[in-house]
Design a protein around this ligand. Structure first.
Ligand code: SAH
Ligand code: SF4
Ligand code: F3S
Length: 484
């Protein structure tokens, strides 16, 4: 997933937008203005849309100018130290605003809130409110607590919360593509990773609520949805599980809905609705999912299969629970079942604890074997409380980590360029998403393989499917012209 992005609520217009509120009782929060910023992965962005929905129910209106806001919410990421530093810098700015506007409320949501809990209140005086990823239904109560002059904290992690009944307000969308969270939390314990601590236990969302949400999006014009989870392959829904008393009663396994079935259910909504998903875990990705992708042309032919390292000793230290041979077998399964037209992407971590030059070279050689279409690449950042932080010294210098990362990035660029050059003279179906950032005369969209394509607008409009012949490229983008 793409990390460390930032966005804010856009009102799609000049003034702040008021959303419908149930009629009736007096609501002290009515018409206060909310500004929300999101960082981190797509799941966090998706969560901000749930938060927006909860706040709109309370009568809040949105603003995209923080200096106009009565309430600033920052949905934070804790995946690497740099992500947290970004938030701390942002708080300096909001602190300046609070000096000018003493009744401004500043709230921290998401993974950094969950990781640091009340410590954040002590360290960042500007913060009034802390809410972890499973506490968003409690926001109205937390805000009223702040209104009464107290600091407010809820970092309770739930085993059941999926926000399945909350219709998100789409903040990060041009009306063509949307994200749907299908599960929350993570039960894997990759030794470097803070996510299991910030997002809690894995739980899957009712598939019928997912299909309903996707259907509604399609009905109002959306053409592509991405199903989100930290490990979508372990999606599992048992209709007979009773969570009422906190206990789980399993019945026959044929009632259980697995990810491949969910994927088919969503793909069945309409052939013109594209379906994507992220993230697949190499230990869990099944051939069933690959055959389901093959059976439906509207399931996009792209798999994000993060490897992290190409070396067996490091993979073991990382507790990824697969080795290089297992990973390569999964890559061959993708190639055998879906052919060369399915793109594959990855995440890589350079300079994990005790990694030698030879072990780093194994990551580069694995990249040569797979030839990823694109990757998200990071150098290791120790996260307090993780297994790696407790057991393995973070013993490589930043200079070594950065040099290894730059070698990984250079190799990835070569492979991406090579793939893109192979696309020249080929024709791809592209879903038009928005105007190109560089020129108003061009549109931007993506192929089924998740490649960005830029082309002259012609008479087409956002949301159309067009066939584009590729004429040129760089490592990041394809350029072409519409042929139909
Ligand atoms: N659930 C996904 C990944 C979620 S985090 C998966 O298992 O693949 C996204 C990526 O951030 C990870 O794949 C990893 O490459 C990177 N990452 C996670 N923790 C990190 C850390 N401590 N330092 C550097 N990169 C990290
Ligand atoms: Fe983190 Fe591993 Fe879970 Fe991904 S699968 S979120 S890397 S613990
Ligand atoms: Fe996502 Fe960052 Fe949390 S990557 S799950 S927002 S730690």
């Amino acid at each position: 997933m793409n990390m460390e992005q930032k966005t804010f609520i856009s009102t799609h217009g000049s003034a702040a937008k008021s959303l419908p509120k149930p009629p009736g009782t007096h609501n002290p929060l009515l018409h206060r203005k909310l500004y929300i910023e999101s960082y981190g992965c797509q799941m966090n962005f998706s969560d901000s849309e749930i938060v927006a929905s909860i706040m709109a129910q309370q009568g809040f209106v949105f603003t995209d100018q923080y200096h106009e806001a009565d309430l600033i919410l920052i949905n934070t990421c804790a995946i690497r130290d740099k992500a947290e530093q970004t938030i701390r810098n942002r708080l300096l700015v909001f602190n300046q605003q609070k000096i000018k506007q003493p009744d401004l409320i500043v709230g921290i949501l998401g993974c950094m809130a969950e990781r640091l809990k009340t410590q954040l209140l002590e360290e960042e005086k500007v913060v009034d409110l802390i809410a972890g990823p499973d506490a968003y239904r409690d926001l109205p109560r937390l805000i009223s607590q702040v209104d009464q002059g107290h600091k407010a904290v809820n970092t309770f992690l739930s085993k059941e919360e999926t926000y399945a009944d909350i219709a998100p307000i789409r903040l990060h969308s041009s009306g063509v593509t949307a994200f749907i969270s299908i599960m929350r939390g993570c039960n894997n314990m990759c030794s470097f990773c803070i996510v299991p601590f910030t997002r809690g236990r894995e739980r899957s969302r009712d598939p019928y609520s997912i299909v309903q949400e996707a259907k509604k999006l399609f009905e109002v014009g959306y053409k592509e949805i991405t199903l989100l989870g930290q490990n979508v392959d372990s999606y599992s829904w048992n209709p007979s599980i009773s969570t009422a008393a906190g206990s789980q009663h399993h019945t026959s396994s044929d009632q259980v809905i697995h990810f491949s079935q969910l994927l088919a259910m969503v793909a069945e909504i309409d052939p013109n609705l594209r379906v994507r998903f992220s993230t697949s875990h190499p230990k869990d990705m099944t051939d069933k999912v690959l055959y389901t992708m093959k059976a439906y042309h509207n399931i996009c032919k792209h798999i994000h299969l993060p490897v992290q390292s190409g070396n067996n000793r490091i993979l073991k230290l990382m507790n990824r629970t697969y080795d290089r041979a297992w990973y390569m077998e999964r890559i061959h399964a993708i190639r055998n079942i879906l052919g060369p037209s399915c793109s594959i992407s990855s995440d890589m971590i350079a300079g994990f604890c005790s990694e030698t030059e030879e072990e780093h070279a194994d990551t580069l050689s694995l990249m040569d074997c797979v030839q990823y279409d694109f990757s998200f690449m990071f150098y290791y950042s120790e996260r307090p409380g993780t297994l790696a932080a407790r057991k393995y010294p973070d013993d490589l210098s930043e200079a070594v980590k950065k040099r290894r990362l730059s070698e990984i990035i250079a190799k990835q660029r070569e492979h991406a360029l090579m793939h893109n050059q192979k696309s020249i003279n080929q024709v791809y179906q592209v879903l038009i998403e928005k105007c190109s950032k560089k020129s108003e005369a061009f549109f931007q969209g993506r192929t089924s393989q998740n490649k960005i394509v830029v082309f002259p607008k012609g008479t087409y409009k956002i949301g159309d499917y067009v066939d584009v012949e590729i004429t040129n490229c760089n490592a990041a983008t394809l350029f072409g012209t519409v042929v139909s």
